[in-house]
Design a protein around this ligand. Structure first.
Ligand code: C5P
Length: 227
């Protein structure tokens, strides 16, 4: 299991200060919408300059018509990131079109599909997808695997079932991790590190419990120890 630290701070300077504090740890860094919209491609290069071994997960959750998603995926190829994601609910045709478009590259980033956002309650999810989270997450995962993706974003609660429904090698990445039972914030389906491990999760994403801590490096070290 690997740790992915979410760079969700309000300014570039604060994100950089966080990266510097944790630069000696073997972690992935997650660049999401807020940071990427504000700081762009240049910020990705700065990360690699600080430590070329940092792996970058570009969390932009693409959702559009198939051709537009594939165009975006091709632009992402030029950014040198190690993983990016799309929404599974964009459909199998969109996901296959993305993967088809990336075939011409010798090396490509890992591509994951978002199943159900971890902030959804059952009720909220049902209002949109007219299905329960567990059933739909399995189906989305199967769609993503059939479309040639490498794995899915899901909550730790769905990880094991998804592995059973797809295969063990099909990756799961789970946000909503509260390593030591910290405040859930807006997340609804949170789990701790031990639970994620038990659930065969490949990547845990941790944001607030690290960047809001007095000593982020200490929290990272403690999580890596548990992993
Ligand atoms: O602060 P916290 O640990 O809750 O951060 C979780 C991160 O994971 C945020 O950047 C959020 O956008 C992201 N994420 C999520 N649920 C998903 C996909 C991504 O919480 N399904």
């Amino acid at each position: 299991m690997e740790l992915c630290v979410a760079l969700d701070l309000p300014t570039k300077e604060e994100n950089l200060a966080l990266i510097e504090k944790i630069q000696n740890y073997d972690v992935w860094l997650k660049v999401g919408l807020r940071t990427y919209i504000r700081d762009g491609e240049a910020f990705l290069h700065v990360i690699k300059q600080i430590n070329p071994d940092f792996k970058i997960f570009l969390d932009l959750k693409l959702y559009d018509i198939p051709n537009t998603m594939a165009d975006a995926a091709e632009s992402i190829m030029g950014l040198g990131v190690d993983m990016f994601n799309v929404h599974a609910s964009a459909g199998k045709r969109a996901m296959s079109t993305v993967m088809q478009r990336l075939k011409k590259y010798e090396k490509r980033p890992l591509v994951l599909a978002v199943t159900a956002l971890t902030s959804f309650s059952e009720e909220e999810f049902k209002a949109i997808y007219e299905a329960d989270i567990a059933t739909k997450a399995n189906q989305f995962a199967k769609d993503a695997m059939d479309s040639g993706l490498d794995g899915v974003v899901c909550s730790a609660y769905e990880s094991k079932a998804i592995k059973g429904f797809t295969c063990n090698e099909f990756l799961t990445l789970t946000p909503g991790i509260r390593p030591f039972g910290e405040d859930a914030g807006d997340q609804k389906r949170v789990a701790d590190v031990a639970f994620a491990k038990e659930a065969l999760v490949d990547f845990i994403v941790v944001g607030r419990p690290i960047y809001q801590a007095q000593n982020p490096a200490e929290v990272v070290a403690k999580i890596l120890e548990l992993i």
